[in-house]
Design a protein around this ligand. Structure first.
Ligand code: BGC
Length: 349
């Protein structure tokens, strides 16, 4: 079968190639791939900056934002042939650490977790893949291709859970949220903010196009420019750019008692002239919390499924800005100005 594979930490090694059918040890549920979303992590892996091949192998099947159709549910699952499913990305570490032991693998303490398509387990960019029944999640059939948005929605669902958990440390009734970055993660964070009844603001660099339109269609306010210019102090900032300047500005701009949740994984960039002690005093004197959030556990996968099922499907469909066939995966990985979520499409939904 065809698969998109890469040799991690070796730039320029990604290719579409024939590999053997998925090994039965990968789980009893056999799935036909429909689509796999592409994100910044995939680009980093292809550029040789991130990613790990399975033990004893040199190449990794790429892709962690899956959507597929069950071909064979196997002997012990509640799935039926034809069900739409997505595969959970992370597996607990084998020790296990206390968090992995209770199913909170997204909070793994020892870093020995594995991740499909990222860290030591093959991903979903192959014509067929397998999953253990407990790591496959059924998707509402009405979503069709939109089910490919489930994985990024889980990441944002977890981030919001972190924000609200932190908020419980004191009396706190948040009213406003600023989301920085109007990519898929930012737009999905804005969607969840709206579903919670908050006043939602989204900031990005672009002044026109799909991003501002999507923000307005959600009933939220769009800002272009810098966080310092939004003109109010948000109770919550969900930071989805990973850009140093935006992060620094966010920590300064959040309201007293507010929470800044960092979801973007950036690196390098321009050094921002922030004085750490000054930033810290600002955080101390205003009881702010800066919390990082990565990945998601099963609770978030189920909640995210509900978010997508409840959301306006026409709005969600506008997030998928491009579908490319597997043979054009290089094209899928190359960002174009109007891209929001690009997917590699293996079959019709
Ligand atoms: C994925 C997460 C993963 C993280 C770090 C993100 O792109 O969505 O599931 O934990 O990368 O590897």
């Amino acid at each position: 079968m065809k698969a998109i594979t890469v040799e991690p930490h070796k730039p320029g090694t990604a290719r579409l190639e024939d590999i053997p059918e998925p090994d039965a040890r990968g789980g009893s549920v056999l799935v036909e791939a429909i689509a796999v979303g592409v994100c910044g992590t995939d680009v980093e892996i292809v550029e040789g900056k991130y990613g790990w091949a399975p033990e004893g192998k040199t190449r990794l099947v790429l892709g962690h934002e899956s959507l597929g159709r069950v071909i064979d549910p196997g002997p012990s699952s509640s799935f039926k042939r034809g069900d739409l499913v997505v595969g959970i990305v992370r597996r607990p570490d084998p020790v296990p650490c206390p968090n992995c032991a209770v199913g909170e693998w997204d909070m793994c303490r020892n870093g020995q977790y594995t991740e499909r398509g990222i860290k030591q387990i093959d991903g979903f960019m192959s014509e067929r893949w397998r999953s253990e029944p407990e790591y496959a999640v059924k998707v509402d059939p009405s979503l069709g291709l939109l089910g490919v948005l489930l994985e990024p929605t889980t990441v944002v669902t977890k981030a919001w859970e972190q924000v609200l958990a932190v908020g419980q440390r004191a009396f706190w009734v948040p009213e406003t949220v600023l989301v920085t970055g109007a990519g898929p993660i930012g737009l999905l964070a804005a969607l969840i903010g709206k579903l919670q009844g908050l006043e939602v603001h989204v900031l990005d660099r672009v002044e026109s196009g799909a991003k501002p339109d999507l923000v307005r269609a959600l009933g939220a306010t769009y800002h272009s420019g810098s966080v310092a210019d939004v003109g109010f102090q948000p109770d919550v900032i969900v930071e989805c750019t990973g850009v140093g300047q935006v992060i620094g500005d966010s920590v300064k701009a959040v309201a007293a008692g507010g929470v800044v949740c960092l979801t973007g994984v950036g690196s390098g960039g321009r050094t921002v002239g922030l004085n750490t002690a000054d930033v810290a005093s600002n955080v101390v004197l205003r009881n702010n919390v800066v919390v990082g959030s990565v990945n998601a556990n099963k609770r978030h996968w189920y909640r995210a499924g509900r978010v997508l099922a409840r959301a306006d499907h026409a709005w969600l469909a506008r997030l998928i800005s491009r579908c490319e066939p597997p043979a054009a995966f290089t094209h899928a990985l190359a960002r174009q100005p109007d891209d929001i979520k690009v997917v590699v499409q293996f079959a019709d939904a």
